[in-house]
Write a protein that binds this ligand. Structure first.
Ligand SMILES: Cc1cc2nc3c(=O)[nH]c(=O)nc-3n(C[C@H](O)[C@H](O)[C@H](O)COP(=O)(O)OP(=O)(O)OC[C@H]3O[C@@H](n4cnc5c(N)ncnc54)[C@H](O)[C@@H]3O)c2cc1C
Length: 395
């Protein structure tokens, strides 16, 4: 069967709109907010409104109940949007109101009533704690049912958009003694009593994105703000909350593809200006060494995009995609750091200078291989799936 890689026409406007925003809104202020760490980019307010409206559109995308064979919906739209915007600036992309990582979590696991109720929120995602990052089964933040509310206590670190979003999706345990099956996610309004932003982090890259420490001290949320089922099903483990990653990892992969394309375009320009032709009809090894590097990196980049499309398409079509989501994230995260660092190398003085964006892109790229699961964690997940091993067998 032939594979049709043409994108559905209904998504053309998403791509076009994001491309224009990346070029005309993000790029002109990219360096400004790299320097002005923690300052809110007001240029994004308008994009926030558009993101909200687009979410309304997603609800109707191929959801009329008819059998269309294949579905191209919210996940494909998200990866295209992320790819285009990240070509402009990854930190600014992460700062757009109303499309936080918590929004993706809500989209992945909320029931219909919650989807409706949280349709207009801007939600950050809080999993990581001072005592763990990769080992998300080690959640120590607690949620205790008290009447009609859960009472949440704990500290979350490195929360992207944690000081700007109006809500946060928090992972907390209902009962630490039960292990991972008791870990649930809760939508918590930031305005809740007992929720405080303790500090903001200073970082290597994506400086325009705020990264916060958020504390929960007897913070009360409605019991029906728990996403998914409150039941502790030891057999199921914490599949419910982990499902979030099936949607968010392809989006991070798409961000890497977008940034990678920006760097590849710049490398191509530098090579051509230096008189080095990129000839796809000749073996790479028979060409200038920098051209050979470019061809290799471009093919890695293409593979990253193919894996990302596949993972998003599977999510839209309700196919289990954990392996593919990790594959896309692992490949794209690794590739974007390779591409941006090679761009600095080939750009030499232009690569190292702040007069251009190459050095910034090299700094920004690294996070895409860290958050939503590091390179090593993605490889571990893929290995478990491919070898049929459990998380206890292979750690
Ligand atoms: C800018 C930024 C934004 C972030 N945003 C968010 C956010 O919005 N929400 C949120 O919850 N978190 C966020 N994080 C946290 C991020 O998800 C974690 O940093 C990441 O999961 C890694 O955790 P860690 O830093 O504790 O590293 P660790 O888990 O301590 O890992 C350290 C090293 O050991 C490796 N390693 C760990 N376990 C294994 C293993 N079993 N096998 C092989 N290697 C292993 C890791 O790959 C890594 O190289 C953010 C982090 C940063 C830097």
């Amino acid at each position: 069967m032939a594979i049709n890689l043409e994108l559905p026409e209904k998504l053309n406007s998403t791509v076009e709109r994001a491309r224009l925003a990346a070029e005309h809104i993000f790029r002109p202020v990219s360096r400004k907010y790299d320097k002005a760490e923690h300052e809110y980019p007001t240029e994004l307010d308008e994009l926030g409104k558009i993101a909200k409206e687009a979410r309304g559109g997603d609800k109707t995308a191929d959801s009329d109940g008819a059998d269309h064979g294949t579905v191209n919906g919210a996940n494909l739209r998200s990866v295209l949007n992320a790819r285009e915007l990240s070509w402009g600036d990854v930190g600014l992309m992460l700062s757009i109101p109303y499309q936080g990582l918590g929004n993706a979590a809500i989209a992945a696991v909320a029931n219909d009533e919650q989807l409706e109720r949280f349709a207009d929120v801007w939600a950050a995602m809080a999993i990581t704690e001072p005592a763990f990052g990769s080992d998300s089964a080690a959640v120590a933040t607690t949620a205790v049912l008290d009447g009609d509310d859960y009472v949440i206590n704990g500290e979350k670190i490195f929360v992207t958009a944690g000081s700007r979003a109006d809500h946060v999706v928090v992972w907390a345990t209902l009962d630490k003694s039960v292990g991972r099956a008791a870990i649930k996610s809760f939508v918590v309004p930031m305005a809740t009593d007992g929720v405080t932003v303790a500090r903001l982090e200073h970082k290597l890259g994506i400086k325009s994105s705020d990264t916060a420490v958020v504390r929960f001290e007897n913070a009360r949320v409605r019991a029906d703000n728990l996403l998914g089922s409150p039941e502790i099903n030891v057999k199921k483990g914490f599949g419910g909350v982990m499902q979030t990653f099936d949607n968010t990892r392809p989006v991070v992969a798409a961000m890497a593809v977008g940034l990678g394309r920006a760097a590849l375009e710049e490398v191509r320009r530098i090579l051509e200006e230096a008189g080095h032709e990129i000839d796809y009809d000749r073996p790479a090894a028979a060409q200038h060494a920098a051209v050979a590097d470019f061809i290799r990196l471009e093919s890695d980049w293409e593979a990253s995009w193919m894996l990302t499309l596949r993972a998003a398409w599977m999510a839209d079509n309700k196919q289990p995609n954990s392996t593919e989501a990790s594959m896309s994230k692992a490949k794209a995260g690794r590739t974007v750091t390779d591409v941006t660092n090679k761009a600095v190398e080939i750009g030499a003085t232009a690569g190292f200078s702040e007069t251009q964006l190459l050095e910034k892109w090299a700094r920004d790229s690294k996070i895409l291989d860290i958050f939503e699961g590091t390179q090593q964690i993605q490889q571990l997940i893929i290995a478990r799936r491919v070898l049929g091993k459990s998380s206890a067998d292979l750690r």
